[in-house]
Design a protein around this ligand. Structure first.
Ligand SMILES: Cc1cc2nc3c(=O)[nH]c(=O)nc-3n(C[C@H](O)[C@H](O)[C@H](O)COP(=O)(O)OP(=O)(O)OC[C@H]3O[C@@H](n4cnc5c(N)ncnc54)[C@H](O)[C@@H]3O)c2cc1C
Length: 406
């Protein structure tokens, strides 16, 4: 169809960040999204919370493009931010953590506005189907959409499908995750509407209803039920069917004139489907470690103090010259993968992937050969913390205290 500098497969938060980062360096960018809205799990999947972006002592860790995405998520809609963090920075040290809740669909609209405004070619309802490989080099992507089957040439391909679909099909080794029984939908009822009116806060009219309600550690996963891979047609379909039937079972006997489900999740709420086996795999033993090739520092969203750096090598695999991933398919294991995949880090790895793609094109190098110091300098200029300060490490820090995931 056309040749692009950068093709981004998957328009979740990581994909949008990657597309914007590359476009802002003057590159032509094609963004492919199989659904009808941008944002992925953070919009269509109804996960509308930027998890804590600080160390739990009042020190913010995550900036960069995340600040801009928070602004996009909240500029046309409501937001819920702890009062200590009203301006994005606390006035004095606090153990209240910095998180931001927002309207998912308003965020999706703002993302479309931004992507279009910046001149990114955006294809909705388009599945990035297969990479076309010529040895180590990916010539482009075959897509499927209303026009049929099309081929787009690209100089660098960024896989932000959330499942490493493209890199997997290109032959990059991957790690299979497992997923528990989870399904969160949004509902309103008369009681919640009254609360919204009393407080003049529209978000109070809406509440969560669930099918499966397992948490990220597997608590509440039904005994005897298999785990879901999320990487086969059967696994995805079984997950959705069972969850929808479970939600229906729970609400069947409600007073049906006084409540309504306003939306079901538009994509399967899988946390960890498949990530690449990159040149480095981030693990729980890596908390508090510095990496020379770090592209961002991130924090544990549950436990205060715990910090990680994300090596560039988690996003690439040597031997695949122009393929890179970002978001929840970046290479990680166990709880380290959980810390990597959530919304704020997904945006930061997206930002890094977009800039790395541009650097590879400009210097005519393979994506795994680019100069990391240069990449870090660009990220720093864009507000990203590359290395955390050692003064933030507690004296009794224990990196691999326990395996948090079952
Ligand atoms: C139940 C649950 C609760 C969570 N809670 C939180 C939370 O409270 N806070 C938080 O920060 N994070 C939370 N997360 C994690 C977070 O939502 C995601 O990890 C993050 O949004 C991932 O972003 P992403 O861009 O990497 O991937 P995704 O959001 O998965 O985006 C991938 C995008 O690619 C598209 N796509 C996929 N395949 C193709 C293809 N072949 N062609 C074209 N398009 C394709 C998809 O439609 C989607 O838009 C939660 C996740 C789950 C499942």
């Amino acid at each position: 169809m056309k040749k692009y500098d950068v093709i981004v497969a998957g328009g979740g938060v990581a994909g949008v960040a990657a597309a914007l980062a590359a476009r802002r360096q003057g590159k032509s960018v094609l963004l492919l999204e199989k659904s009808m809205m941008l944002g992925g799990l953070a919009t269509l999947g109804l996960i509308n919370l930027f998890v804590p972006m600080c160390n739990g002592r009042g020190k913010r860790i995550i900036y960069g493009m995340v600040s801009e995405f928070i602004e996009l998520a909240t500029k046309y809609g409501w937001k819920v931010v702890p009062k200590e963090w009203g301006n994005g920075e606390p006035e004095k040290p606090t153990n209240v953590r910095y998180s931001v809740r927002y309207s998912p669909y308003i965020f999706a609209l703002a993302l479309t506005e931004q992507v279009v405004k910046e001149g990114i070619d955006l294809y909705f309802d388009t599945i990035a189907s297969s990479p076309v490989m010529d040895g180590n080099y990916c010539k482009g992507i075959i897509v499927e959409n209303k026009s049929g089957r099309q081929f787009f040439e690209g100089r660098v391909i960024i896989d932000t499908t959330g499942d490493a679909n493209i890199l997997f099909r290109a032959g990059v080794p991957t790690i299979q995750g497992k997923n528990y029984f989870t399904y969160i939908a949004k509902a309103i009822d008369i009681e919640h509407c009254k609360k919204a009116i009393e407080s003049n806060r529209i978000e109070k009219a809406i509440y969560n209803v669930s099918g499966g309600n397992a948490n990220l550690y597997g608590k509440n996963h039904p005994e005897g039920m298999e785990y879901y891979t999320g990487t086969t047609a059967e696994s995805v379909s079984n997950f959705i069917i069972r969850n929808q039937l479970e939600l229906l079972r729970k609400i069947k006997n409600d007073a049906k004139e006084s409540r309504e489900i306003v939306t079901l999740p538009g994509m399967a709420q899988f946390r960890t489907t498949r990530c690449i086996k990159g040149d480095y795999i981030l693990e729980e033993t890596d908390f508090y470690k510095h990496f020379d090739d770090s592209v961002c520092a991130i924090n544990d969203f549950e436990r205060p103090d715990y910090l990680l750096e994300v090596p560039y090598r988690t996003m690439i695999r040597k031997g695949f010259d122009n393929l890179i991933t970002a978001g929840r398919s970046v290479s990680g294991k166990g709880y380290a993968w959980d810390c990597l995949r959530v919304i704020p880090p997904a945006i930061l790895t997206g930002q890094a992937a977009g800039l790395a793609a541009v650097q590879a094109i400009d210097t005519k190098k393979a994506i795994y050969e680019i100069n990391i110091t240069e990449l870090q300098e660009k990220l720093k200029k864009q507000g990203v913390m590359i290395h955390f300060d050692d003064s933030l490490i507690p004296e009794n820090a224990k990196p691999a205290e326990k395996n948090l995931c079952i």
